[in-house]
Ligand binder design. Structure first.
Ligand code: ZN
Length: 277
């Protein structure tokens, strides 16, 4: 029997930062009540908590832990800071393993004034330095290419091609890509690069939201699916044609939505998931 597409939330995952008004426990309870199937936990939501206990609690509610967000931020001007970033990424990998999250999402980082080429080298080296631990714990690492507007200080990896290049260089089955429509929708090479990602078996995660016109805040004015201009159905069809069958993760940073009651936002998320993804 196939699920009714009008009420099928079996692939709906929500990021804890999306429902920022809720602590982890409340988010788990509310997602479960709402029929959401997966949760991506942001690291702030683990503060003061035992990751393994948090994972048990999530699973007891019948939710799947999809990812831990986020590691990364490898580039730095001095060696000491790069080393610190590697240590922090190792902690993220350990927390993911304890939580039972199969993957850590990486926002790779960049430093204003340092060349993007140098930053990409430091990113590649940083990921490589954490691979033995990731391997021993069986945790995947997903590079999330960010929109070029973040190339100054958030990520030197700004296209799917660039993320694929770093993956090729590292050439490891645990290193792949978190595919976020917000960052990738504009790319004329999206179809070819999606195929390349899928053929290398590295399409690890799929993040959904929308692009607002105008965007009033570079970070916290994302749209809920259907509010903006991204061809969400077209992009989802493209990744699925290439074999992706994982969770659709709703990741919306929005001051506009965060000003409303969180339960109202979650209802809107469910509706827009059905109507627009
Ligand atoms: Zn994302």
């Amino acid at each position: 029997m196939t699920a009714d597409p009008l009420t099928d939330f079996s692939r709906l995952c929500v990021h804890t930062i999306t429902t920022k008004g809720w602590e982890l426990e409340e988010a788990v309870e509310r997602y479960d009540e709402a029929g959401v199937s997966g949760i991506t936990v942001w690291r702030q939501w683990l503060e003061g908590r035992e990751p393994s206990k948090a994972g048990d609690r999530i699973r007891a509610a019948g939710l799947k832990v999809v990812s831990l967000c986020r590691g990364g931020f490898y580039p730095a001007l001095v060696e000491k800071d790069r080393e610190e970033a590697i240590q922090d990424n190792k902690r993220a990998i350990e927390d993911a393993a304890a939580l039972g999250a199969p993957l850590v999402v990486l926002v790779c980082g960049a430093v204003p004034g340092q060349s993007l080429v140098e930053s990409r080298k430091q990113i590649t080296d940083g990921i490589a330095a954490t691979l033995p631990l990731a391997e021993s714990l069986g945790v995947k690492l997903a590079i999330e290419p960010l929109h070029p507007m973040y190339a100054d200080d958030r990520s030197a990896i700004n296209s799917l091609a660039s993320a694929n290049d770093v993956c090729d260089e590292l050439n490891h089955p645990l290193v792949g890509i978190a595919y976020d429509v917000y960052h990738l929708w504009w790319d004329p090479d999206l179809e070819a690069q999606t195929k390349r990602t899928a053929q290398a078996d590295r399409l690890f995660a799929y993040h959904a939201c929308d692009w607002m016109t105008p965007t009033t805040d570079l970070l916290n004015d994302r749209g809920l699916m259907g509010e903006g201009c991204i061809d969400l159905r077209g992009i989802r069809a493209m990744v699925e044609k290439n074999g992706f069958d994982g969770m659709i993760e709703v990741e919306v940073f929005s001051n506009r939505w965060w000003d409303k009651p969180t339960s109202e936002f979650l209802q809107a998320i469910k509706q827009s998931y059905l109507d627009h993804t």
